[in-house]
Design a protein. Structure first.
Length: 420
């Protein structure tokens, strides 16, 4: 194997599988597919293999190769359709079309396998619109979504509601630091999400009976790790098992409705002036700078002139510790300041008429949504219809809707993720 190009061209990847086990019964409920490069080469390690592919600009294609290898192995082992196959997806693969020679394997998976796609929190910060489109595409196929390594980075807690994962995978280091205050905060946030959504909590890295006990205490119902089995080829026959529950599609698809439309349907609307709304807007912005876990801050400014230098500086300070800070408005660039995601709106865009400030963190949620009445008088006297909500589920619906405007992607650009 001369280089990474030869590896990708020859599709020289194999898949091994680690069992996922129901902690209460000890029954296998699924497997996670793990990729390996050619034995005895530097690329045998998946980390080195993907690092080389990223450097060569072929990580998207390699990701397809790895997933196709997992699907073929599952087909050859006649994996029982009640078992769930967990498959990782690299963020940049969402924009890479499926190579023609791999489509048969992916089509087989679509029609014959029960797949959960694993993704990490860094993906939504890199490309939120693509991530949400990809997750919607997976769910259209009847597949699920898992958020991996939750707790490895505080950002994952704030981003968890946007992914709306069917399965939350606790990072293995949490089991090794059960008395750490940070672990307690992560477990509390995950437990709250699982209780409200019905998601499954899976503990990674269970190697001992003590780890298993800790996983139970953290609320995990599914376990993974050497205590249950090391990665290896799938067994020739897999017994049927109970199916892991999947949540289905969230209430509001990204980019289909505006935050004001979402909130005003369920909260009373009040009419006031811009001057009266300014203190409330700044209060919500200040919430994004509080607490040990950084929140997401999303805001619509109508036009770039309202995103003043002073506001830019406030947002830039928040962006230093937040997983995602975004500002939308007519005339705004894709990155108005380092660390701030931007989106320029068209003059006829429905968001141009809205002033929104949305904050979502692991333990807090708040939204101000306002609709401009079109006054032409002095700026402080311009009138808005507005509503405020701290209802977490409603705030997240509004935020999910808004994310569709960030670096929007056409649906066909991602259609190859799960071929129809």
């Amino acid at each position: 194997m001369h280089d990474i190009h030869e590896l990708v061209d020859r599709r020289a990847v194999t898949a091994v599988f680690q069992p996922l086990v129901d902690i209460a019964t000890g029954r296998v409920v699924g497997y996670e597919a793990l990729s390996r490069g050619p034995a005895g080469t530097p690329y045998e390690s998946p980390m080195q293999m993907f690092a080389a592919a990223r450097a060569a600009g072929r990580d998207g294609e390699l990701d397809w190769v790895c997933r196709a290898a997992a699907y073929r192995a599952a087909r050859e082992a006649d994996l029982d359709p009640t078992l769930t196959l967990f498959v990782n997806m690299e963020p940049r693969a969402w924009r890479a079309p499926c190579p023609a020679d791999l489509i048969p394997a992916v089509e087989h998976a679509r029609h014959r396998l029960r797949v959960v796609t694993e993704m990490t929190e860094r993906a939504i910060a890199e490309d939120p619109a693509a991530l949400l489109s990809a997750t919607a595409n997976c769910r259209t196929a009847g597949w699920g979504v898992a958020l991996d390594d939750v707790g490895a980075d505080p950002m994952s807690l704030a981003l968890m509601p946007f992914v709306h994962p069917d399965v939350v995978k606790l990072d293995m280091q949490l089991l090794r630091r059960p008395d750490d205050p940070y672990t307690a905060r992560v477990v509390a946030a995950v437990s709250a999400y699982a209780e409200s959504s019905g998601a499954v909590v899976l503990a990674e890295g269970i190697e001992t009976a003590e780890h298993l006990l800790t996983a139970r205490t953290m609320g995990a119902t599914v376990g993974q790790g050497w205590h249950y089995g090391r990665p290896q080829p799938l067994p020739a026959a897999t017994p049927p098992s109970a199916r892991l529950p999947l949540l289905g599609t969230p209430a509001v698809a990204p980019g289909t409705r505006t935050p004001f439309a979402v909130v005003s349907e369920r909260r009373p609307v009040t009419r006031t002036t811009k001057a009266a709304l300014m203190p409330l807007s700044r209060h919500l912005e200040a919430l994004a700078g509080e607490g040990p876990e950084p929140p997401v801050l999303l805001a619509c400014f109508q036009e770039s002139r309202h995103f003043t230098p002073a506001t830019m500086r406030r947002f830039a300070r928040i962006a230093e510790h937040s997983p995602l800070v975004a500002a939308l408005g007519v005339g705004l660039d894709a990155e108005p300041m380092p660390g701030i995601r931007g989106a320029g709106l068209g003059t006829a865009d429905p968001l141009r008429g809205e002033w929104n400030v949305i904050v979502v963190g692991p333990h807090q949620a708040a939204a101000l949504v306002a609709h401009d009445l079109g006054d032409t008088g002095p700026e402080p006297e311009r009138r808005f219809d507005f509503a405020v909500t701290h209802d977490r589920a409603l705030v997240i619906e509004a935020a999910r809707a808004l994310l569709g405007w960030l670096a929007p992607v056409r649906s066909e650009a991602l259609a190859g993720l799960v071929p129809a």
